[in-house]
Design a binder for this molecule. Structure first.
Ligand code: ATP
Ligand code: MG
Length: 565
């Protein structure tokens, strides 16, 4: 490619709303351009990077016999009604009607469509397993599109789906997909961690996320300092904490506690560790049709994890409630507890199971109960706790700490969640009809572009990894009017091109500094500077990843460049 022909409109200005390095640099360096909120065009450089990532994915998929398909982006809404997901997906699902009044959605993910492809066609266990995938535009009307390609409304996803005759076979494929996704991210030159993820309402243990480690990541993950354990905080568990302080030796009694509303106040007043005080958290939980207030009870030393709170009652979303709303229900903010409440859903954290000598609100202004034992039989327990840094690992003696990640992939053991409602069955070896067991494997292809830059950038711009760079070598002619420089650079360009190396020649009639700024902003791994020193037979290689230029004799250059490969 010739820079003089390249459409890469570089600018000094970043988009006004751009906060992340990837958003700033991908825009400034002319990889992408924004159309509207969450909608982006890929300009030539951006499209090249996208294709490079896709190529790595395609190669790795082919290795495990996953086959590429391409499903219609416009999807009949009936499929979504059949699976029961129309409401669940909420407003992210863009619905519309055609001229004949038929309902459609723009595909945000394709489980239903993929099941529809195989149902009725795959009828025997002999046709299984099957792994089908596509790399395709998705649309989700995200509530807050932001951070450029990171959270767009239209984005590119690799979505794969596998079909099996048994759970064992699904487990095998799941492990294979995990290993394959790992290899893809390694090849892309990313530092990442595979963590346990929230499996949402579907439940089960079979959900993992691939997190690219970056401070700007939207996800918080808890990782063990000793073993391999890592989990999204939405799903992270910890070793059951112990409290060395003794339980308060108080018999069951209602006690006057004027104005003592906080866990701290109560702890001081009763000389009891917050571990022995019941914390009540009221939230509004939103369901498909309605919403209601739920009270969650935890130990005073713990915090509520909202995704766990949502899952505990099978809700769709969670929201805060005002003191007003609580009072309308007859509750007393600051003095709420589990005792004597009717017609309100109560959920207890699992660590309260069998707890004794606890202190809790009496649902009466200025009163608390002490010496309360948790009646294990009648109460509903669920893990509700957000793990904290310093908590013990559930798997080993290590400690947990937080780190930030960008979710670039999510693999999920679906079981029969979709095959059942959509009726995807096959005949097993005994001629018996069975539902197909499925796995689903998503990878955010366009988000990966942003993730590479979040992990690899500096104050000058992008630093592409070997496999993701739009061009590997950039030949920069310092002075285009110098015939010797021009001739040598052109010869080198022809030679590298002939060898199939991805190379661009900066043959623009611009100053050296201007061209170098562009090279650094765009982030080619190596810029070969053909400048004044050529007269003495010297050329420079400027690797983008460090500031040390390498001087090379021109006769040795080609060999050096090929070594870099
Ligand atoms: P998130 O929690 O970030 O919203 P998700 O759980 O909705 O992600 P999945 O439904 O599992 O995501 O989609 C698979 C992959 O698609 C994600 O791992 C992510 O890499 C990518 N992805 C999801 N939403 C977006 C988006 N709005 N923009 C870009 N990529 C996305
Ligand atoms: Mg999402």
């Amino acid at each position: 490619m010739r820079f003089s022909r390249l459409y890469a409109p570089t600018t000094k200005e970043a988009p006004k709303d751009a906060l992340l390095a990837s958003h700033i640099y991908l825009s400034r360096a002319g990889f992408i351009s924004q159309v509207a909120s969450g909608l982006y065009n890929y300009l030539p450089l951006g499209k090249r990077v996208l294709k490079k990532i896709e190529a790595v994915i395609n190669e790795e998929m082919a290795n495990i016999y996953a086959q590429e398909v391409e499903l219609s982006f416009v999807t009949p809404i009936e499929f979504w009604e059949e699976s029961g997901r129309v409401n669940k997906f909420g407003k992210e699902l863009l619905r519309f009607k055609d001229r004949k009044d038929n309902g459609f959605v723009l595909g945000p993910t394709h489980e239903e469509m993929m099941v529809n492809i195989v149902r009725g066609r795959v009828t025997s266990y002999k046709q299984l397993p099957l792994n089908l995938y596509q790399i395709k535009t998705k649309f989700r009307d995200e509530a807050r599109p932001r951070f450029g390609l990171m959270r767009a409304r239209e984005f590119v996803m690799k979505d794969g789906y596998s079909f099996h005759a048994s759970y064992e076979d699904m487990d095998r494929e799941f492990d294979l997909m995990e290993a394959t996704y790992k290899r893809i991210l390694e090849r892309l030159g990313l530092e990442f961690r595979i963590v346990e993820a929230d499996s949402g309402a579907i439940g089960g243990s079979g959900s993992k996320e691939l997190m690219v480690l970056a401070d700007s990541g939207e996800d918080t993950i808890a990782v063990c300092d000793t073993c391999e354990y890592g989990a999204n905080v939405e799903a992270a568990v910890r070793a059951e904490p112990r409290c060395d302080a003794p339980a308060p030796a108080l018999a069951y009694e209602k006690i006057h506690t004027p104005e003592l509303k906080s866990i701290n106040d109560l702890s001081t007043f009763f000389k009891a560790d917050s571990y022995y005080i019941v914390k009540t958290v009221a939230k509004r939980l939103i369901f498909e049709e309605d919403s209601k207030i739920v009270l969650y009870f935890l130990r005073g030393s713990d915090e509520l994890q909202e995704v766990k709170a949502v899952n505990a009652v099978n809700a769709l979303e969670i929201a805060d409630v005002s003191d007003e709303e609580l009072r309308e229900l007859g509750l007393v903010p600051g003095f709420m507890g589990p005792m004597g409440l009717e017609n309100i859903t109560l959920v207890f954290d699992a660590s309260l199971k069998g707890a004794k000598s606890m202190i809790c609100g009496a649902n009466e202004k200025d009163f608390h109960y002490v010496g309360v034992d948790m009646e294990t039989e009648q109460l509903e327990f669920s893990d509700l706790v957000q793990v904290q840094e310093g908590d013990g690992c559930a798997r080993c003696a290590g400690k947990l700490s937080y780190t930030k990640g960008i979710e670039v992939g999510h693999i999920f053991k679906l079981g029969t969640t979709y095959s059942k409602p959509l009726g995807a069955t096959f005949l097993d070896e005994n001629g018996k009809s069975q539902e197909m067991v499925m796995g689903t494997y998503g990878m955010g292809v366009s988000r990966l572009i942003a993730a590479v830059i979040e992990q690899h950038n500096d104050e000058k711009g992008c630093i592409w990894t070997e496999t993701t760079a739009p061009y590997r070598f950039n030949i920069l002619i310092s002075n285009i009017k110098d015939e010797e420089q021009l001739a040598y650079a052109e010869e080198l360009y022809a030679e590298l091109s002939a060898r199939g190396v991805e190379v661009i020649i900066d043959d623009r009639k611009e100053r050296f500094g201007f061209k170098m700024n562009d090279a650094e902003l765009i982030g080619f791994p190596y810029t070969i500077i053909v400048g004044k020193n050529l007269a003495e037979g010297i050329v420079q290689i400027a690797p983008r990843s460090n500031s040390e230029k390498i001087e090379v004799k021109k006769d040795e250059l080609l060999a050096r460049l090929m070594e870099l490969k």
